[in-house]
Write a protein that binds this ligand. Structure first.
Ligand code: SAH
Length: 259
């Protein structure tokens, strides 16, 4: 690879991360953390910020802590729910300081960055990385909306990092990967766009409904079952047509059952 090819590749990768990646902060309590997050992101060339029901925003403290990243705050989008924030995302990465009962695919920040960079090459791709509340992180239901989980391998003695520092680590790994384009895997071009988060959510809900109708659903303790079903659909990288086919099949089964 010649020098100018390398430079061009780097430029392209940096543009891709700016255009396709959105960091989403859920119910942040301290506005100072939102400002620090904006700075941590912009330092690494990531500028799309989404805020789900922040406690205090806009706020002076956020702008103070953002320093030269106030543009990231000014352009931040505020949502009522996480589902709204990620409804059109094709790939959602959740961050967590804890382990789950039913394990999800879980990776290090470096591995997550590789996956994100390779997916960002799909045309129009929208990738979301979500961060939880300072005191409680993300709920299990919120982590269940994600395709992949990331854990920063912190000390077991004290696992949870400050919110903006966790954001810094993710943003840094993504930038590092973008700068090393020689090693970047070419993602296979797919014939159909990936399904959006909201489409997969409707599909999961539809399947739950069907399981109930055929009395498969264990009404006394459905939790683990539903979590496993959800995990299956979330890790499958369904495309838009595949999601439609399954919904069509479920609807046809329901129609037959009603006859
Ligand atoms: N007590 C909470 C920690 C919240 S820390 C919990 O148990 O989850 C606030 C946020 O910072 C987390 O929701 C996550 O987005 C991020 N974070 C903190 N430590 C992390 C770690 N070790 N790995 C991944 N994300 C982390």
């Amino acid at each position: 690879m010649s020098m100018s090819e390398k430079e061009k590749g780097k430029e392209k990768a940096l543009k891709l991360i700016e255009e396709s990646i959105k960091f989403i902060l859920v119910e942040t309590t301290h506005p100072g953390n939102i400002g620090a997050a904006a700075r941590a992101m912009k330092n690494m060339g990531i500028k799309q910020l989404g805020l789900v029901s922040p406690k205090e925003f806009p706020n002076e403290k956020a702008f103070y802590r953002a320093k030269a990243a106030t543009d990231v705050l000014e352009n931040a989008e505020v949502y009522k729910t996480l589902k709204d924030a990620i409804s059109d995302s094709h790939f959602v990465v959740g961050t967590s300081a804890r382990n789950r009962k039913v394990p999800w695919p879980i990776v290090t920040p470096k591995e997550a960055a590789e996956k994100i960079l390779s997916l960002s090459q799909q045309p129009e791709s929208k990738i979301a990385v979500i961060f939880g509340r300072e005191d409680r992180g993300l709920t299990n239901a919120e982590l269940g909306l994600c395709n992949l989980h990331v854990h920063i391998p912190s000390s077991e003695e004290y696992t949870s990092l400050n919110l903006s520092q966790a954001i810094q680590i993710l943003a840094y790994e993504i930038r590092l990967k973008a700068l090393s384009v020689e090693g970047m895997l070419e993602e296979q071009e797919w014939d159909v766009p990936l399904a959006e988060n909201a489409e997969v959510e409707r599909l999961i809900e539809h399947f739950e409904e069907l399981m109930q109708e055929i009395e498969f659903y264990k009404v006394d303790n459905p939790r683990q079952l539903l979590t496993r079903v959800r995990r299956f659909f979330r890790r499958s990288k369904l495309d838009h047509l595949e999601a439609n086919i399954f919904r069509g099949v479920f609807a046809s089964i329901q129609k037959k059952l009603k006859k």
